[in-house]
Design a protein around this ligand. Structure first.
Ligand code: TRP
Length: 464
């Protein structure tokens, strides 16, 4: 079996084709972050200025950190905690991996809830529940659904079971096979939605919202959100891409892979924005409506297009699939930690990870239901007190991931031998890497410095 490498007596599966790795990594990156979260945080943070800062974070910080994760993973042939132990034994660097593990728990718990909503919306679409409904009714239906104490739980658990089931299939037959077919299909359907949304009467205002920056609408907290989302959307800072990097074959070009994943992820987010904001303004939805934005605007778009019935089913199926190729990458992080660090069997690791994140997820979901006591719990964040759901999101995306990214970048820049990094990114001299010096410089100084400055500002240490 040429796709199984033997190292230190341990068989490690690798992805089997160049396109397969790309699809799996892009499948991890492209998910609810792009289609659900990016539009609503853009709406909450004032539009174009936020988008610009986000794009800057992607280019200057996201791309080098992604390459750093890939190279750390492929060099060590281990998942995050093991990778740091392997490359720098006897030092506290492996704690970066532990923080990633915590982030994975936090993220997967609320991620499963929102992914559950998408499953419910598949059913709404099939049963034509929102057909012909006014924008207000569509909004109320969403609100009533997510604050129901029982219904969302059913879908959340169903989604988590699907996530675990795919991981039982392993890397090649599970993750790679599905990503390869479904990701390109998602792109096509978003393009169709873009055409419809951009030709709605009143669409121009949505386009302006995304393209005309007003920096006065952007706060320093917004900059932190943009940075955090760059990590979230690219699946960085928790060791996810370290784990996937360890599955990438030695002959593949890590630099071009990181670039392609970054471009694909960013393109999907922007395309989602251009499908959603024209509709937000055309139907008079509040752009800062929060997590319901996609679920409330797009059904209006479907109501206004020929074949809307068909497109809405397809869209929510693909959104669920995009969420699935991401959630498996998060659960895979947890599972590989358990296998490599606690030496438990893969099946056991999947079950433990599944149960823990599902229980946390139930609490996330209940925190939005006034009928449940969980909705009265609040926890501190730098942006004020938040409910359980928002707390999981806030701490993981805005703190753990950027901090993880900071350490990963420093690790690739300063701790690993430059020669080893060169060897890894050039695949042992196979590829030309004229950008190598720039990359090392960015990983050493520019990226860490920018993350650090954003932190100082948002902690209030530096005042604007
Ligand atoms: N990037 C995914 C999305 O945008 C979510 C995700 C998957 C993720 N793996 C991750 C986020 C690792 C942070 C870290 O939906």
């Amino acid at each position: 079996m040429e796709n199984v490498k033997v190292q230190e007596g341990v068989k490690r599966e690798t992805f089997t084709s160049q396109f397969g790795v790309l699809a799996a990594a892009a499948g991890s990156a492209i998910g609810l972050g792009n289609i659900w979260k990016f539009p609503y945080i853009t709406g909450e943070n004032g539009g174009a200025a936020f988008v610009l800062v986000y794009l800057l974070c992607i280019a200057v910080i996201g791309l080098p950190v992604m390459l750093s994760e890939f190279l750390i993973g492929r060099r060590s042939q281990k998942a995050a905690i093991g990778a740091f132990k392997d490359l720098k034994p006897g030092t506290p660097w492996f704690l970066t991996g532990w923080m990633g593990l915590l982030a994975a728990f936090f993220i997967l718990s609320f991620y499963g809830v929102v992914a559950g909503w998408t499953l419910n919306y598949i059913v709404f679409s099939i049963t034509n529940k929102l057909a012909g409904a006014s924008p207000e009714v569509i909004g109320q239906t969403f609100g009533a659904f997510i604050s129901d104490p029982v219904k969302p739980l059913f879908w959340q658990v169903a989604f988590m079971i699907m996530t675990a089931a795919i991981l039982f299939g392993g890397v090649k037959d599970g993750i790679e096979k599905y990503s390869k077919i479904l990701m390109p299909l998602l792109l096509v359907i978003i393009l169709v939605l873009d055409v419809r949304a951009l030709t709605l009467p009143g669409a121009g205002e949505g386009v302006r919202f995304l393209m005309e920056p007003h920096f006065d609408k952007l706060s320093i907290k917004g900059v932190l959100v943009a940075l955090g989302h760059a990590f979230f959307s690219l699946s960085l800072g928790m060791g996810c891409m370290i784990t996937y990097g360890s599955y990438i074959g030695k002959k593949q070009n890590l630099g071009s892979m990181a670039l392609q994943v970054t471009i694909a992820d960013t393109a999907i987010a922007l395309l989602a924005g251009f499908a959603i904001f024209p509709a937000v303004f055309a139907f008079g939805v509040d752009p800062s409506a929060g997590p319901g934005l996609v679920f409330v605007t797009l059904p209006n778009v479907f109501n206004m297009m020929p074949g809307g019935y068909f497109f809405s089913i397809l869209f929510f199926i693909l959104l669920a699939v995009a969420a699935l190729t991401s959630s498996i990458s998060i659960l895979e992080v947890i599972v590989t930690y358990f296998i490599e660090e606690l030496k438990i069997k893969r099946s056991m690791a999947i079950i433990v990870g599944f149960v823990a994140t599902t229980v946390f997820g139930v609490l996330c979901s209940l925190s939005m239901s006034p009928a449940s006591v969980v909705s009265t719990w609040t926890f501190p964040t730098l942006a004020g007190m938040k409910n359980f759901f928002d707390t999981m999101d806030w701490w993981s995306a805005n703190m753990f991931l950027p901090l993880g990214g900071l350490f990963i970048s420093l690790f690739a820049g300063w701790i690993m031998k430059e020669q080893d990094v060169m060897d890894e990114v050039s695949s042992g001299g196979e590829f030309q890497v004229p950008w190598f010096k720039t990359f090392i410089w960015v990983a050493r100084t520019l990226a860490p410095l920018m993350i650090f400055i954003v932190f100082l500002y948002s902690l209030g240490v530096i005042k604007v």
